[in-house]
Design a protein around this ligand. Sequence first.
Ligand code: BGC
Length: 448
Amino acid sequence: MVRNVHFKFLLVLLFVNASLFSQKFSKDFQWGTAIAEFQNSGAATLPDSNWARFQERIGLVSGKSVDHWNKYQEDIELMKEIGINSFRFSIDWSSIEPAQGMINESALQHYDNLCMALLAANITPMATLHHFVHPAWFDDLGGFERVENIQYFVRFAQTVFARFHDKIQLWCTINEPAVYAFAGHLIGIHSPGKIAVKDGFRVCGEVLKNLLIAHIEIYQVLKQMSGGDRAQIGIVHNVLKFQPRYWFEPIEASACAFLTPITNDATMNFLRTGEYLYEPFSTFCCKPLRIVYQDDRAPHSFDFIGLNYYATAVIGFNSDTIFGSAFFPGQIMGDMDLSLDPQGFATAIREVAALGKPIYITENGMADNSKKDDQRRQLLIMTSLEEVEKALQEGIDIRGYYYWTLVDNFEWHKGFDASFGLHDRERNKKPSADLYKNLIAEYSNRAF
Ligand code: BGC
């Protein structure tokens, strides 16, 4: 009860604040929401993929998820109702190229229809070319573990770009390369489910490097194609950092010093300087594993940086589980061990701003499973937009904010146990959908 009153008070305070001071959002700010095809359409609808295989191995069933593939028109209606003017989605490679070299025209037509419907609703499409999922045949070839395989992904990108460059101007090449490498190859909670035994640490570093090279290759190739000059092409990075529960706890502190360079710093340094340096054991021993790669094109191979931000992960070895599962006293926690972390978000914005490119907040969200009032999600949206506004006031070039996600969907290794949606799976709206709607209206009214 006390907690409830406290939440409500905070919400009112934040809303009044937003109404009084919002003047910095421009008229063409992208008020968005983001999804990924596999998470919203599921393995029952899409052709065989790395994730279809992996979910089966770990005993999860995505089914048709929320059947976005067939119900996209309903989803557009939900967006219109909120006042959303941009939609980030992924184009499913497995659907476009279910067998190597075989392009499925009806899948291309599907995305064509989706784009037409979005544009008719004045919603700007933002497409992601790789959101953790690729065709099973690509997986059989070794996926991104093999640098030779990058060409297949580039070819897919070319096919899609040739078809959609006149309808889609905002392109994200790869969603969270470091999370893909780390979650799939070090801790094994994502496809392909490898854990860091034997050669695992090296493979993780190679996968991350190959994804970053793939991004550059795609950027270079698409920019040369018809429509390349008008397209804005970026990469999406999750600023994921670890902090020890107790700074004086040597194991916790060492774990953080070990993890953050993998999940964050290697990618950020590469984008900033062109030097890829992966040496996970450098803080521990004298003969560290070292992968070094230099590519001077890197700092010039993105028109914007997509920032995904959820929380700072707190490591506490005295808690039940290990990764990011602990929290600091007083923190408001979501239902996926992710805290409400506006300070971390503010810091992350400034960190990516230092890359000197426009920013889109391509994902930001909170898992709040409470059925009736999703107050933690509302707090997240309000505090995040406040941080965006503060950054705009400082002159940081943020062009859009995409709430993750529109409708509760398949949350990878958590299945349907984590609810990030503004709507439930039956597409009933939650209070946070109204809140987001009011804030968009409020901020837009005062936009310059
Ligand atoms: C991923 C999403 C995921 C979200 C919440 C992000 O890292 O891009 O696919 O659903 O986190 O866990």
